[in-house]
Design a protein around this ligand. Structure first.
Ligand SMILES: O=C(O)CCC(=O)C(=O)O
Length: 310
């Protein structure tokens, strides 16, 4: 059965019209205005230390309660458990080091929208990727006892040719849903490695015990964000029970998102979220037209080359 391209273009145009209406309530800034608004938001959410850590270490941690209430953590976990019962979650196989994977969870429960729109992590996304950042994945990871180490890698690998420039083009926001400890199979990072702008060499991929690697031991409810060039992985899980994580990678506007969020966004989702939600879904991006061609309104919503924060 072929997709009806005229119907698809019409449905997409309807969603984009709604996105444009919401945009007009709070147009995303360009140039100096982008920098000024970002500074205000960093002040408002008291994120100066986190922004400094993104520069020096390439990652930062928001403590429990800063990104969202602990009740939201419980809602996210419950939604993931429901999905795990109804969906295959072994697409990548147990040996991948990612555990059971639940892809494209966003349209399945409003708790994921709340995590995506949580103001403090979103300021960190803006700092790394600009106001026009799009969501690239909404993925759940569930690791049980015996889950192997996740090899050390940088998220820019396999996406952008190296050497990488200093800007992040892909940034992960990770919601830690169960305590991260070494035994629980926590994330591990090589602080400062994002400044090298190069992939992890093959001989370092299993160097989880290297003296420069830091195991990120943080309690449930923490949120971790990192630069796309940061070398990171996860240590194996030896403890009983499960490690649960919500992973929200984002990309800069002209970069292809990994999941088709425009295809699963509903008018209700656009209506119940702040205007920026539609931008995160890719619905205000200039590109991705069909036979209707480029829309001058969406071209006008793009950056002006004035600032990396646009
Ligand atoms: O939490 C993990 O196991 C690591 C996830 C990861 O490497 C990533 O999201 O890029």
């Amino acid at each position: 059965m072929a997709i009806d391209r005229y119907q698809l273009a019409n449905e997409l145009a309807t969603l984009r019209d709604l996105a444009a209406e919401r945009w007009s309530e709070d147009p995303l800034p360009v140039g100096r205005a982008a920098l000024d608004r970002l500074k205000r938001e960093i002040d408002e959410h008291d994120l100066h230390r986190n922004v400094a850590e993104l520069e020096t270490d390439g990652y930062t941690v928001l403590p429990p309660g800063k990104a969202g209430p602990l009740s939201l953590i419980e809602e996210i976990k419950a939604a993931m458990r429901r999905l795990q019962e109804t969906r295959p979650s072994d697409a990548l196989g147990a040996s991948s080091g990612l555990g059971a994977t639940l892809f494209h969870m966003l349209p399945e429960d409003p708790a994921f929208e709340q995590a995506l729109m949580a103001p403090a992590p979103l300021v960190l996304v803006t700092y790394l990727l600009g106001y026009r950042a799009k969501l690239s994945q909404c993925t759940g990871l569930i690791k049980d006892t015996g889950a192997p180490a996740l090899p050390i890698h940088a998220d820019h690998s396999g996406k952008f040719p190296a050497p990488w420039g200093k800007l992040s083009n892909y940034t992960v926001v990770t919601w830690v849903l169960t305590d991260y400890t070494r035994e629980n199979g926590a994330l591990c990072v090589w602080p400062g490695s994002h400044r090298w702008g190069r992939p992890v060499p093959a001989e370092m991929r299993m160097a989880h015990d290297h003296e420069e690697m830091r195991v990120v031991e943080v309690p449930a409810g923490s949120v971790i964000a990192w630069h796309g060039s940061l070398w990171h992985g996860a240590v194996p899980r030896s403890a009983d029970g499960e490690r649960m994580t919500l992973v929200l990678p984002h990309v800069r506007d002209p970069i292809q998102a990994q999941e088709h969020f425009w295809a699963s966004t509903t008018p209700e989702m656009i209506a119940r979220n702040p205007p920026r939600f539609a931008t995160l879904m890719g619905l205000t991006s200039a590109y991705g037209w069909m036979q209707d061609g480029p829309d001058p309104r969406r071209l006008a919503m793009g950056p002006t080359e004035g600032s990396q924060f646009e």
